[in-house]
Design a protein around this ligand. Sequence first.
Ligand code: IFM
Length: 447
Amino acid sequence: MAFLQFPEGFQWGAATAAYQVEGAYNEDDRGLSIWDTFSHQPGMVERGETGDVACDHYHRFRDDIELMAHLGLGTYRFSVSWSRVQPFGYGAVNEKGLAFYDRLVDGLIEKGIQPAVTLYHWDLPQGLQDLGGWANRDTAERFAEYAALVYDRLGDRVTRWITLNEPIVFTLMGHLTGRMAPGIRDIGITARSIHHALLAHGRAVAAFRASGRTGEIGITNANTSYEPADDRPETQQAVELARDFDSRLFHGPVFGRGYPESVLRYYEAKDAPFPIEAGDLEAIAAPTDFLGLNLYSRARIEPAPDRGVGYRNAAPTLPLLPMGYEAAPHALGDFVRWVSKEYGNPRIYITENGVCDNAEPGPDGRIDDHVRVDLLGQFLAGLHGAIQKGADVRAYYQWSLMDNFEWAYGYRMRFGMVHTDFATLERTPKRSAAWYSEVIRRNGVEV
Ligand code: IFM
């Protein structure tokens, strides 16, 4: 066994998102979001499950903060539900919604836990979807207005802001594959949604600077560490293409490099151009303070000249986790090293990393999620290695604090270090919670 010490001041946290934990979907004048609409439509979410109640965090947040304090978390990442704050996504502001986040932020600060607020974690107000959603350029402007009112209300206490969570997921899965809300399958709408989501990010950064609030702001992208399936030069080229269609599509414009040529060509050939207007790329490139990274796995890539994108995922070689991706904990360190080099060593927060382990309580009531504990230890070892090599990683948020609504999978997939019994809503810390507390206490991990 070796003990890997993290740098002094490294922050340990956990993350959740509004629709996945809050519940109370129609209380206190909250408006509906696209996830309410989508999950209430038969056949969209496994077993017809919805986030109507979820973990009931809206009512139980004080107990949840106690849990966080018990674990020793230094920071907690949560998202604000836009339709709780602005029921239609524009116009009227819902004081009761803002008051909830006031109470949450105050409760965290009382316990010495730094709030990190995501402004958008996939739950677009239905009122905006009715006007075209992310395909409508105006949505970017509405997002900046919403962001400004949240900065205004919480910015005296919140100093860490994340504009969007994983735009690649909510644009592609929401508008191309239709596996997620709003359940559209249209490549033209997808291209428009990608560009407008990134524009919304840029506008929200500008609104933050204009607000005069102090603090830091960045975007969180979803990432996969790409590895060549073999050592042929054309396979390496295929890996670069995979990076274009994933990392570089979302990081590139934010770092002022615009969209990858390969991606622009692909969408144009499909008659689905990105609707770029004068000044947009400059707006998207508004300087940020950190890069938020979410990472769960790797993919082996091989060339696919028969596919428009020119690459495909090769067959997995590592054991698969319940979500279908490989148990590949080396991916975190590998990706952090790659991204640090690619973008000039930005400050990085790992805004999500975690393991789906569906362990249930044993006869003694304990939950022994040893797969999670084992893999998290290895993820952290890889991260430690990347930091040793010079990557500027300052915080790590485990996904997730507790089992919650895993989107189209409903409640079947469990990512929490705290078990949620969805019948009683009782929370029970798992073995991974005790393990993580120890990591936090020692500011390091034994592997
Ligand atoms: O639950 C999700 C989260 O909302 C976004 N990132 C991945 C997690 C696990 O699938």
